[in-house]
Design a protein around this ligand. Structure first.
Ligand code: PMP
Length: 399
């Protein structure tokens, strides 16, 4: 149990074996059920981070457990030399909920970064090389997806990156229009900046991006890695915006906790990739796809899209009504929520919330991000709203 403990000795255990890429882990989690998790010392928390917008059905959901168990018992892996029914079934189900059944095609990968990497490669198959992305955006940390990412601090040590990427201010349609021309292969956009602080695109921006890219024959790539699969109270953010992108990248919630990413290509964009041009050993792995199918089916069956809308609105309303000097406001959609503070957010805020029994994610400069499992209950949401002012008080008295 030593290696799992969250005390100072436990920390030395991980330090000797794990690369220090994230800094000191906040907690050692050993178990989860629904929206709750437990640490190595038995303390219970409501998980409002959701593995950062991953655990759509929460932890240890019986449907995922059953689907994964059945699939790994039957056929755990095929490589992409062969196909298997569950991968095809998931592709069909995904296109169905995206409303793209007759016009879309799916490429499965293993993560969000890989989905964007693949979308970037697909965009090169147009014969163009220039790409436009946004300042503040996050698209992943592989070299291609990092090149798209608009956060200089994450990129600088790894330069030179993939050439040809131009960054424009997020939400500024005029800047986008000025940057995109007939040499532009693709525009990459997040409908809501997730890592960038839960900042929704202003009204009309995604529609303008669609119109600008259409006029120049440029692919519009929507990165719905964080916003997709019910997170915003719609299946996908593009549906709320009333547009159809050329490529949609997905991961996180899609696998419900298993590593699964996807690129949906619409129309001609779904036909660009030719045999042998791209692939990954685990892409379309049947066990991960079985989990993905369980996620999509449970969201539909259990009315989770409406549930996310309802609980998300209640949390937003609760934060709006919170007369606390540190709380400035709230933004986001569904269960992707940014609570804005009047001062820089510090790790102390996460620690105080943790001490009150809630896991939250501080995002610089001033935002607390919530991206809980989509099954978060009304009671759990209310419990958090009741606990937040006290937790924030602790941080002010400590500082
Ligand atoms: N795109 C977005 C919008 C993301 O939020 C993330 C992860 N935070 C990624 C891409 C990268 O996904 P992954 O960590 O699975 O590579």
């Amino acid at each position: 149990m030593d290696a799992l403990s969250s005390n100072a000795d436990g920390r030395q255990h991980w330090q000797s074996a794990l690369m220090d890429n994230y800094g000191t882990p906040g907690l050692t989690l050993v178990r989860g059920e629904g929206a709750r998790v437990w640490d190595a010392d038995g303390a219970e928390y409501v998980d409002l981070v959701g593995g950062i917008a991953v655990n759509a059905l929460g932890h240890a959901h019986p449907d995922i457990v059953a689907a994964v168990t059945e699939q790994i018992t039957k056929l755990g892996h095929t490589s992409n030399l062969y196909v298997n029914p569950v991968t095809v079934e998931l592709a069909e189900a995904l296109l169905d909920v995206a409303g793209l059944a007759a016009q879309g095609k799916v490429l499965f990968v293993n993560s969000g970064a890989e989905a964007n990497e693949a979308a970037l490669k697909i965009s090169r198959l147009t014969g163009r090389t220039k790409v436009v992305a946004c300042e503040g955006a996050f698209h992943g940390r592989t070299m291609g997806s990092l090149s798209l990412t608009g956060q200089p601090g994450k990129k600088q040590p790894f330069e030179p990156l993939v050439p040809g990427v131009v960054h424009v201010p997020f939400g500024d349609a005029d800047a986008l229009r000025a940057a995109v021309d007939t040499d532009t292969a693709a525009v990459f956009l997040e409908p809501i900046l997730g890592e960038g602080g839960v900042i929704p695109a202003p009204d009309g921006y995604l529609q303008a991006a669609r119109e600008i890219t259409k006029a120049t024959g440029t692919l519009l790539v929507l990165d719905e890695v964080q916003t997709g699969i019910g997170r915003t109270g719609d299946w996908f953010a593009f549906q709320r915006a009333g547009i159809v992108p050329d490529l949609i990248t997905l991961a996180k919630g899609l696998g419900g906790g298993l590593p699964l990413g996807a690129v949906i290509g619409v129309g001609e964009a779904g036909e660009l990739l030719k045999p042998g041009q791209h692939g990954t050993t685990f892409g379309g792995n049947p066990v991960c796809c079985a989990a993905g199918l369980a996620v999509l089916r449970a969201i539909s069956r259990d009315g989770l899209i409406d549930h996310v809308s309802r609980v998300g609105k209640d949390i937003a309303a609760g934060v709006e009504d919170m007369a606390h000097p540190l709380v400035k406001g709230v933004r986001g959609a569904g269960l992707l929520i940014g609570i804005m503070l009047n001062e820089p957010v510090s790790p102390a805020v996460a620690q105080a919330a943790q001490a009150a029994g809630y896991l939250v994610n501080p995002v610089a400069p001033d935002t607390i991000r919530l991206a809980p499992p989509l099954i978060l209950s009304q009671e759990q949401a209310e419990g958090f709203l009741a606990a937040l002012p006290g937790a924030l008080d602790t941080t002010t008295t400590k500082d």
